[in-house]
Ligand binder design. Structure first.
Ligand code: PAF
Length: 306
């Protein structure tokens, strides 16, 4: 595995690989790698790409009172994990390489970024799309791989590539979870042992809501939101938002009559955690008499998270 610190090194490496007829898969990360990141590398490899991973804690996407300074960093450990997972080029630029001067021309994420996480993190998604656009220009990937845990980010990046005609396919990959269901995140390491146990209530509440929808046929979004909120509050978890949105465009829904996402952001102590689950409209109807038998998974109690 080659480790590059400069844009010039990356461009040279990409040119050589292109000359050899290789395709490029990009896995953008902020480092402190976990199994979720490594699953993106495996997805890129499975599609036959030379894999470029970026590790860059992007100051533009952190608010003034957020955790930029204490965001976990361990480049030696990440380098070993990336090499083992089969990354071909690791791009780990210092801040001055990505932003040699204060950026004046940036990308705006627009209306999709105003709700959900964007409402409590103003400017966050503008910072994300700006750095992702730069990474796309630097690495020129055929495909780029993003985790569904950051579902709003995934949809916004997909929208940016469509709106700005980036010749990049943005591939969403399933959330990777700990044994108790907690979505893997570099920020989980902020949690104390007690908070870590408490945090498991988040995926549990989402899984219950999904069951209520897909097994019991509850289609009313407000009912599911109330039930999730009650379950989180009784676990002592502070809620930022719980919302049911359309899977494709993140518009809020009242009735679950199409593919949706149940999205939540919470505070466990000082740590903000996000998670989401797909709620499938076809599965939601499976227990209604007119749909019975059409969606095999929905008939099974304890439908797994996905
Ligand atoms: O999801 C992340 O780790 C970051 O938001 C990303 C996409 C690498 C941009 O900094």
């Amino acid at each position: 595995m080659i480790v590059a610190r400069t844009v010039q090194e990356v461009r040279q490496w990409i040119r050589e690989r292109r000359w050899q007829g290789c395709s490029i898969g990009l896995v953008p990360t902020m480092g402190y790698l976990h199994e979720g990141h490594l699953s993106l590398v495996r997805a890129a490899r499975a599609r036959g790409h030379q894999v470029v991973m970026s590790i860059f804690v992007n100051p533009l996407q952190f608010g003034p009172r957020e955790d930029f300074d204490r965001y976990p960093r361990d480049l030696d450990r990440d380098t070993a994990l990336a090499a083992e997972a089969g990354v071909d080029l690791l791009f780990a630029p210092p801040v001055r390489e990505m932003y040699p001067q204060e950026p004046v021309v940036t990308v705006k994420a627009g209306a999709l970024a105003e709700r959900l996480c964007g409402a409590s993190r103003p400017g966050h998604f503008d910072g994300v799309v700006t750095v992702v656009a730069k990474l796309f220009h630097i690495t020129q990937p055929d495909e780029a791989f993003f985790g569904e845990k950051d579902f709003q980010q995934l949809r916004i990046v997909q929208r940016m590539t469509a709106d700005l005609n980036f010749p990049v396919e943005v591939v969403g990959c399933p959330t990777v979870r700990e044994a108790d269901g907690l979505a893997m995140s570099s920020r989980n390491q902020y949690l104390t042992a007690a908070q870590r146990a408490q945090a498991a209530a988040l995926p549990r509440a989402l899984a219950h809501a999904r069951e209520r929808c897909e097994r019991d046929g509850e289609r009313d979004a407000r009912t599911l939101i109330r039930e999730v909120s009650e379950e989180l509050s009784s676990a002592g978890i502070k809620i930022d938002y719980v919302s049911v949105v359309r899977d494709d465009n993140l518009e809020p829904v009242e009735q679950i009559d199409r593919p949706c996402r149940l999205m939540a952001a919470v505070w466990v102590g000082q740590t903000r955690l996000i998670d989401n689950v797909a709620i499938d409209a076809a599965a939601a109807g499976a227990n209604c008499p007119e749909h019975r038998g059409q969606h095999p998974e929905a008939a099974v109690p304890g439908v797994p998270l996905r």
